[in-house]
Design a protein around this ligand. Structure first.
Ligand SMILES: C[S@@+](CC[C@H](N)C(=O)[O-])C[C@H]1O[C@@H](n2cnc3c(N)ncnc32)[C@H](O)[C@@H]1O
Length: 359
């Protein structure tokens, strides 16, 4: 995903998968705040900090138009709280030309959505963070931050530490393969990567790295999703203070057809010719699921999980849904290693979770 004339070409399959995940995230996030007749938050803001011109070279919608499309859909459906919430969409990019193009597109009636204010300006990510610091720090305002950076490290350690302190804020940011590969050489994590060329491990190491920046007392959920296209690995990291929101996102991401298609990847692998398209969207599911299951099993056997809440947190942090833990729980129950009254942990039980006893 080189950045030279990125928007003059057609988005590649990996980029489309990434954009779809941004869109799904917005799709899940918006109704949480506008579907109730008495909305909890009177104001919500969606920030697309690296919005681009709105489309690729073939006219396929980019992140800003996908976000607006979702809002349009909910407005058309007539959500109960729509008129009671101030909805603002901020579309920023450092390149004035791209912003001009986007603003031009947004003049069309298609993109005039009743009740939605659009703030479309040429602004760097760094300046936007500074300008909106009071708003981002305001716990009465719900925020969704989409950070579709090129692999240029806009999310520095310092920026990341800031993101996790913003209350009532969910964020998702992109890591390019070049950024991810830098994590491979990080002295603190190098020994954890047995096969440096293993892209899944590199991404996991990157997530672990960011996780270590979260103070122990910060109730933050961090998840990730990896997409590989040929030699490129695209990593998405998402963060939320709300396990339910995070889990909802994961469910949708796994249910998405192209991504869930990976669920069959292992089984069907023998029947797939290398030139077939499915390989383009290798989300590394086989590695991911296997490593997740091994990790969960080890933690359960070691008695590190005392309730379903621990399992839910483990799932979310691995980018998996609670349902993905079921086979391991079943296996260990059958072996008599653990005792638990549930088959699948329930994310809604986090305040009073059902226990797990290790024998
Ligand atoms: C990967 S593209 C974003 C693509 C866009 N989300 C889409 O759907 O088409 C990255 C964009 O970030 C912009 N950009 C690069 N550095 C930036 C910065 N520091 N602040 C804001 N925008 C930046 C580039 O001009 C480019 O349009």
């Amino acid at each position: 995903m080189a950045n030279s004339d990125f928007h003059d070409k057609a988005y590649d399959a990996g980029t489309l998968a990434k954009l779809r995940i941004f869109e799904l995230y917005a799709q899940e996030w918006i109704p949480v705040f506008v579907s109730q007749p008495e909305p909890k938050f009177k104001e919500i803001h969606i920030f697309d900090f690296f919005c681009g011109p709105g489309t690729d070279g073939s006219g396929v919608s980019g992140s800003p138009l996908r976000i607006l499309q979702q809002l349009h859909g909910y407005y058309a459906k007539g959500m109960a709280g729509w008129s009671r919430v101030r909805i603002v969409v901020h579309l920023f990019d450092e390149k004035p030309k791209k912003v001009e193009q986007l603003c031009e597109t947004l003049k069309s009636e298609t993109w005039q959505i009743v009740g939605v204010e659009v703030d479309c300006r040429a602004l760097t990510f760094q300046d936007a963070l500074a300008e909106f610091l009071p708003l981002l720090s305001n716990s009465s305002i719900a925020k969704l931050l989409i950070i579709d950076q090129f692999g240029v490290d806009a999310v520095t350690d310092e920026v990341f530490r800031g993101l996790i302190t913003f209350p009532t804020t969910d964020f998702i940011f992109f890591l390019s393969s070049s950024t991810l590969y830098r994590f491979r050489d990080h002295p603190a994590i190098k020994q954890k990567i047995e096969k440096p060329e293993d892209s899944y491990n590199v991404h996991r190491a990157a997530v672990d790295y960011f996780r270590r920046l979260i103070p122990a007392n910060e109730p933050m959920f961090l998840g990730s999703f990896s997409i590989r296209k040929r030699s490129n690995i695209y990593g998405l990291i998402f963060g939320s203070h709300h396990p339910l929101g995070m889990h909802k996102f994961l469910q949708v991401a796994w249910a998405n057809d192209e991504i869930a298609g990976e669920a069959n990847f292992d089984i069907e692998r023998a029947n797939i010719r290398p030139e077939e398209g499915i390989l383009d969207l290798d989300v590394m599911r086989p590695n991911k699921v296997r490593e997740f299951e091994d990790g969960l099993e080890a933690a359960l056997r070691a008695g590190e999980m005392t309730s379903e809440a621990d399992v839910v947190r483990f799932c979310i942090e691995a980018g998996m849904t609670a349902r993905h833990s079921a086979p391991v729980l079943k296996k260990l129950k059958n072996e008599g290693v653990i005792v638990a009254e549930f088959q699948v942990p329930d994310v809604r039980n986090l305040r009073s979770p059902r226990p797990i006893r290790t024998k």
